[in-house]
Design a protein. Structure first.
Length: 202
């Protein structure tokens, strides 16, 4: 009889799989119930039942609203407006206390808005420079300001008084004409050949 020990091979994989199944079943029994994942989008609860909110009207509207904070409620807007007006009134009272001769500030109107755009565009096109100083021109900024005036005219069409419409149309015509003149001058200067260095003294 041989003294060589006999070995018995046991397949541990079978026992390992059974052990993992038992542990998994035990964990599932001990874990708290997990609610079903909510469907995409906000939910509206009416009479204790969930109803899906209406889907966006189009993919375009969804793309435009992506990343924007929710709009304030009417109550929030009203409270903020009242707080703003009260703060502005306190500021005006402080200014009047320091300058007794100062009268009340005029109410801001649509004409003030148009005038603000006009002044900005003209300054960007070099107006208002002091005598002897070279005007600083921001032609790209001027174009943006003029385009904003165009957007304002487009979005307010049919909602302005006759005087407001005439003021906006006149200002838009004037700043566009100034822009055309300035860009024409820039084009002429760009087309001129570069000048050589001045001749040296002999």
């Amino acid at each position: 009889m041989s003294d060589t020990p006999k070995f018995e091979v046991i397949d541990r994989r079978k026992f390992k799989a059974e052990e993992e199944e038992q542990q998994s079943a035990q964990r599932a029994a001990e874990a708290p119930a997990v609610p079903d994942p909510p469907s995409a989008g906000p939910q509206l609860v009416v009479n204790g039942s969930k109803q899906e909110a209406a889907a966006p009207e189009s993919a375009h509207d969804e793309a435009n609203g992506a990343g924007l904070p929710p709009a304030p409620t009417a109550e929030e807007s009203h409270e903020q407006k009242n707080a703003y007006e009260a703060s502005a009134q306190r500021l005006e009272d402080l200014l009047r206390a320091q300058n007794p001769g100062m009268g009340p500030q005029p109410a801001i109107t649509f004409e003030h808005l148009v005038q603000q755009f006009y002044v900005s565009a003209m300054i960007q096109m070099g107006a208002g420079a002091q005598d002897g100083q070279r005007p600083r021109v921001d032609i790209v900024g001027a174009r943006t300001t003029i385009d904003l005036l165009g957007v304002l005219a487009e979005k307010t069409r049919g909602n302005l008084t006759e005087v407001e419409t005439r003021t906006l149309d006149s200002v838009l015509f004037e700043v566009r004409m100034a822009f055309l003149e300035l860009t024409s001058m820039i084009s002429v200067q760009a087309m001129q050949p570069p000048q050589g260095p001045p001749p040296g003294k002999r």
